[in-house]
Design a protein around this ligand. Structure first.
Ligand code: DHB
Length: 391
């Protein structure tokens, strides 16, 4: 097989890249190890920055997002006895949208189907070859067991943290940074109307809690738990009573309404950056190059920002033989990556209890400053609502 751009990974980054390239007449083939059902149903993040929404709108992908997504002006930050609203529209001139990554992935899949795009699911043994030459290629075994060689002008790794693409960059040509956090998140989805109009990020001595949502009838919650906690030790009753305590049920008359839990999982918390994001004819986008802890909901937005930069760079490279944007891609993308890496680390360390009483006092002082100083609030708002494309 031959194509112009071989895309490894059919998550939001890979599918969006394929869509953006097609808009400029550049052909791609997308391969994915998982099944389409798995990719379209796994529960992931749910907050879109305004620049993400603007990009999706500009390329004809905003219809369902505007029909069933929810625009939010800001968030609540709280600690025992206090809840403060931060209004991002007032503070930074931008809002955010609640719209699940699952929905974004479905919208992208439908748009690619409508365009007749080749999406090849359930491949195994994917390997990336000869990226330092002008003739890179990808090999894999398709779902029927056939060995396939996919030749391309460019290969893009959108295959997440554990995919094969990043390891096609030799160790001596890359540098990595990593931070693991001494806690995990327990995430649940529940068939119950949200007990809040906007997300609540709660500091609590028993650990962080987050009340998020997916729709008027579906709520999403997270609890800080021990690293790698055993999900079997978290019964539904235990989850609801812990959420009630940490989110302040009864505080100033606020009530948390529990409901049937439909999904439960434990998420690790990690920061990771691999640099450069380009090696020869291989480009990386999204989690293949960087992981942020979930606090602040940056992962999906960063992946979208990466491909928003990469698509025009590849179009210029392949259509005009102009390599300037492709040459600048890694440095340009990494500016936003490090900003989001810092913001996610900062939100994470401000809100999760470490067990150290000195840390707790610093966190409470920081939270008070963010909620009472306009400069503090604006710093959080600018980062959370998202830096403009091209930052
Ligand atoms: C969600 C996830 C986040 O990490 C976050 O900061 C806010 C919301 C969510 O899944 O809804």
């Amino acid at each position: 097989m031959r194509t112009e751009v071989a895309i490894v990974g059919a998550g939001p980054a890979g599918l969006l890249l394929s869509h953006l390239l097609a808009q400029d007449g550049v052909e791609s083939v997308v391969i994915e190890t998982r099944s389409r059902e798995y990719v379209e149903s796994r529960i992931r993040a749910g907050i879109l920055e305004s620049s993400t929404v603007e990009l999706l709108d500009a390329v004809g992908l905003g219809e369902r997002l505007h029909a069933i997504g929810d625009q939010h002006r800001g968030i609540y930050l709280q600690w025992p006895g206090e809840r403060h609203h931060l209004d991002f529209v007032d503070l930074a001139g931008r809002s955010v949208w609640v719209y699940g990554q699952t929905e974004v992935t479905r919208d992208l899949g439908r748009a690619r189907d409508a365009a007749g795009q080749e999406l090849i699911y359930e491949v195994t043994e994917t390997a990336v070859h000869d990226v330092e030459t002008a003739h890179p290629y990808v090999t894999f075994v398709d779902a029927d067991g056939n060995d396939v060689r996919l030749d391309a002008d460019v290969v893009v790794g959108c295959d997440g943290s554990f995919g094969p693409s990043r390891s096609a960059i030799p160790d001596q040509a890359k540098q990595t940074w990593e931070r693991t956090y001494p806690y995990s998140w327990l995430g649940i989805l529940a068939d119950v109307a949200p007990s809040t109009d906007e997300l609540i990020y709660a500091w609590h001595p028993d650990g962080f809690a987050l009340h998020s949502m997916r729709s008027a009838a579906v709520s999403r919650f997270y609890l800080q738990v021990e690293p790698g906690a055993d999900i079997n030790t978290w019964s539904d009753d235990r989850i609801w009573s812990e959420l009630a305590v940490r989110l302040g049920h009864g505080q100033d008359g606020w009530e948390l309404t529990p409901g049937p839990i439909t999904d439960k999982s434990v998420l690790p918390m990690r920061s990771f950056v691999s640099q450069p994001m380009r090696h020869g004819r291989l480009f990386l986008a999204g989690d293949a190059a960087h992981i942020v802890p979930p606090t602040g909901a940056k992962g999906l937005n960063l992946a979208v920002a990466d491909v928003g930069l990469l698509a025009p760079a590849l179009v210029a490279l392949l259509r005009k033989r102009d390599s300037s944007l492709a040459d600048a891609y890694s440095d340009t993308a990494l500016r936003r990556v490090w900003r989001c890496t810092h913001f996610s680390w900062w939100m994470t360390t401000m809100l999760h209890t470490s067990g150290d009483p000195f840390d707790a006092q610093l966190q409470l002082s920081q939270l008070r400053w963010v909620c009472t100083s306009e400069a503090g609030a604006r710093g959080l708002a600018e980062n959370y609502a998202g830096l403009p494309i091209g930052f």
